[in-house]
Write a protein that binds this ligand. Structure first.
Ligand SMILES: Cc1ncc(COP(=O)(O)O)c(C=O)c1O
Length: 449
């Protein structure tokens, strides 16, 4: 039997879930918080590249990458070596109170990737949520203002500050009481469902009019607004890209009123769309950029990267015990090497290849309403009827489950979208397998409609 190091496409050897998986699922049901949202019973044991093996020896092709985290694939030997070396040398010191070399090293490298000529400063966190939470504080601190504009459908995390910006699913807020005040949500430019019939390039002009003509006139004086925060491609909300002009106009509005332009690249960054950051495709220069997920290939790390003139808070204004832990930073430095030399370009190239193969899907399958995204961030929106665009969450869920039973791991996003977010190292054979498998799933599910 080939080992996980030798296989590139999946092989299923038991019914799913297998006997060992069933044991874990039983234990999990007894002891784990019921708030987790598992779509199907994958019980992972080991991973290599884009392949994950479960506890029963079944191997799967991973087009979810731990929610877009394992950017360099599972357990890349260079990342593993960096982690092992660092773990043997120094595991923890706390960058809040002490210095170590990798902190400014990684900060300098990250700062250089962020658009804009001004030097950047970096604060390291343990997660995307913490990066957003810190960005809220930084924007308030830098502007001495307290209000924010965010977007429906966007996801920025689940701590009370980040959750106040998140407007993805009401279950994420229900039962948790009052959140931060002074946050106004406006529609995200969702071209497929554009109320004004615009295209993917032009959708959103009316939203900007609403912001400037209504919100800034009737609700918030723009001089009270600390930040406008946006995901350049909505992740959890359904892999919806914001048009280039829309991001550029938001930047203009921010500059005009001294508002911090905060770009959440937690999911869309670190090479996933073929550049370090998706905002680069729009030629914009954020004041504050938040990263996490793919930054350290699975080790918990996030970063707030900001223009030097913005990140001027005083010692003690913000801190963390674990954020920027040396082992995570070592993983991030190795990850950046790999993304820089190979995987950013591979994400661009394989993204183009994938989108080429998916180009006819809305013609070939009547349950596919829209295929969108960029690079290796692909959203496939499932509808009951292409004409009415009725959202078909049940069909989407059936496809995700069926794909699992055929050895392909994908996740849902939004109410009725399938997201493909594979590791950035996938090759053509793996992309072809994913395409063939999904086409098989669409055909099977379509027959039942
Ligand atoms: C765009 C975006 N921002 C923030 C977060 C929160 O990150 P984390 O789950 O690492 O706290 C996520 C997580 O999915 C995300 O996709």
């Amino acid at each position: 039997m080939p080992t996980i190091l030798e296989v590139k496409t999946p092989r299923l050897v038991t019914a799913l879930p297998g006997p060992n998986a069933k044991r874990v699922l039983e234990q999990d049901a007894k002891f784990m918080s019921p708030s987790y949202t598992r779509d199907y019973p994958l019980v992972a044991k080991r991973g290599h590249g884009a392949i994950v093996e479960d506890v029963d020896g079944n191997s799967f092709l991973d087009f979810a990458a731990g929610i877009a985290v394992c950017s360099t694939g599972h357990c890349h030997p260079k990342v593993v070596a960096a982690i092992q070396k660092q773990a043997a040398e120094l595991i923890h010191m706390s960058g809040t109170d002490f210095y170590y070399e990798s902190m400014p090293q990684l900060a300098e490298r990250l700062g250089r990737t962020m658009p804009g000529t001004e030097s950047k400063k970096v604060f390291f966190t343990n997660s995307g949520t913490e990066a957003i939470e810190g960005a809220i504080k930084l924007a308030r601190y830098a502007t001495k203002r307290d209000k924010f504009i965010a977007f429906y459908g966007c996801f920025h995390g689940r701590s009370m500050g980040a959750l106040s910006l998140t407007a993805s699913k009401s279950t994420q807020r229900k039962g948790f009481g009052a959140l931060l005040s002074g946050i106004e949500h406006i529609p995200f430019p969702y071209a497929y469902r554009c109320a004004h019939g615009h295209t993917a390039e032009t959708c959103g002009a009316e939203i900007l009019e609403q912001l400037e003509g209504q919100i800034f006139k009737r609700l918030f004086d723009p001089e009270d607004v600390a930040g406008i925060i946006i995901e350049p491609i909505q992740g959890e909300g359904g892999y919806v890209p914001a048009p280039k002009f829309f991001l550029q106009e938001l930047q203009r509005i921010c500059r005009q009123h001294g508002i911090m332009f905060v770009v959440d690249e937690v999911q869309s960054g670190m090479g996933r769309t073929g550049k370090w950051w998706t905002c680069e495709h729009a030629g914009i220069e954020p004041d504050i950029l938040c990263s996490a997920k793919g930054i350290a290939s699975g080790m918990p790390l996030g970063a707030i990267i900001a223009r030097e003139s913005v990140m001027r808070w005083k010692p003690g204004a913000h801190g963390t015990t674990f954020g920027g832990n040396p082992v995570c930073l070592a993983a991030a430095l190795a990850t950046m090497d790999l993304i820089e030399t190979e995987y950013k370009e591979n994400a661009r190239h394989m993204g183009e290849y994938l989108f080429g193969r998916l180009a006819d899907w809305t013609k070939n399958f009547k349950i596919i309403g829209d295929v969108r995204g960029r690079g290796l961030m692909v959203g496939i929106e499932i509808v009951r009827d292409q004409r009415t665009k009725e959202k078909a969450a049940d069909l989407r869920n059936a496809i995700v489950d069926l794909a699992f039973h055929k050895g392909l791991l994908v996740l849902g996003a939004g109410e009725n979208t399938i997201r493909l977010s594979p590791p950035l190292l996938i090759d053509q054979e793996q992309a072809d397998f994913a395409v063939r498998t999904l086409e098989g799933c669409f055909r099977e599910v379509e027959k039942k409609v």
